[in-house]
Design a protein around this ligand. Structure first.
Ligand SMILES: C[S@@+](CC[C@H](N)C(=O)[O-])C[C@H]1O[C@@H](n2cnc3c(N)ncnc32)[C@H](O)[C@@H]1O
Length: 272
């Protein structure tokens, strides 16, 4: 790993550790009864649809990159019967993920590794599916990351990426600030993502782009965050509360205007 990669991993770890340090979860607030521990912008049934489209089923071995507090990994194992290894750089996320799997009695099929996906030691050619939800936006040098994950896939395996992208340029005067507050080293466009996957020798089979999921998510979060201001402020303090609100409001504005969105791409590694 070079200095940029190391710094991005460390920045993401401390950002998410801090967000997870209190008992209140913004994602839980946004999802209500649809919360299964996910911190991405999808409802459980939408996560399942994407995983199924990538071929996740009984006996599939899945690598979940940026597994957070383990919600998606445990949900897939329970619903689809697959084996999952989740990797995350946040120590708080990792600890909660391990506890979640144990509590659900899934720890024989769901394991977690604390580490940076850019250099954690994993066996090559060993996963049927590499899946990731709203994580790769935190990792620089996307082409290198794609190549690394492609090497971890078995021949014929699938890479399923659900991630933030810049669909139209963000306002120039706010762009850098937005990237800084979210710890996004860079955002791909739908096209540059597709090009990077193809350059790694993968064949794109699903190519969906939308702002709708993220607009829904950030709108709910802004509402909940505003309604529960007192509770969040008591835990995080006024300065951090206002920083969080600014981050969420910008995200809501850029997703509802269609500048910011997400790709749901699935790409296959050649079998031969
Ligand atoms: C928005 S959260 C999504 C978590 C999870 N995918 C979910 O949907 O619940 C992004 C996650 O990516 C992790 N992450 C960021 N950079 C990483 C890296 N270089 N290696 C491993 N995990 C990383 C963060 O720690 C965080 O848990």
């Amino acid at each position: 790993m070079d200095k940029t990669q190391r710094e991005a991993g460390a920045a993401a770890a401390s950002f998410y550790d801090a967000l997870r340090s209190g008992s209140l979860s913004s994602a839980a607030l946004g999802y209500g009864g649809d919360f299964v521990g996910q911190e991405c912008t999808l409802l459980p049934r939408e996560m399942l649809i994407f995983a199924r489209r990538a071929g996740v089923g009984t006996r599939t071995s899945v690598l979940d990159v940026g597994s957070g507090t383990g919600g998606p990994a445990c949900f897939f194992a329970e619903q689809l019967g697959c084996q999952v290894l989740g990797v995350d750089v946040s120590a708080v996320g990792h600890e909660r993920a391990v506890a979640r799997a144990k509590e659900a009695g899934l720890d024989d099929r769901v394991q977690f590794r604390l580490g940076d996906i850019q250099d954690v030691d994993l066996p090559p050619d060993s996963f049927d599916v590499v899946i990731t939800y709203d994580t790769w936006c935190h990792i620089p040098q996307r082409a290198a990351l794609i190549q690394r994950c492609a090497a971890l896939l078995k021949p014929g395996g699938r890479m399923a990426i659900f991630d933030h992208v810049e669909r139209r340029p963000l306002p120039a005067e706010r762009r850098e600030h937005f990237f800084t507050v979210w710890h996004f080293p860079v955002l791909e466009t739908p096209r540059s993502y597709a090009e990077a996957l193809e350059a790694a020798g993968l064949r794109l089979t699903v190519r969906d782009v939308s702002s709708a999921y993220a607009a829904r998510f950030y709108t709910r979060l802004v509402e909940g965050f505003t309604a529960q201001r007192e509770e969040f402020e008591a835990i995080r303090g006024t300065e951090r509360y206002l920083e969080g609100l600014d981050r969420l409001q910008m995200s809501q504005q850029y997703t509802t205007s269609g500048r910011l969105g997400q790709v749901a791409y699935i790409a296959e590694k050649p079998a031969g």
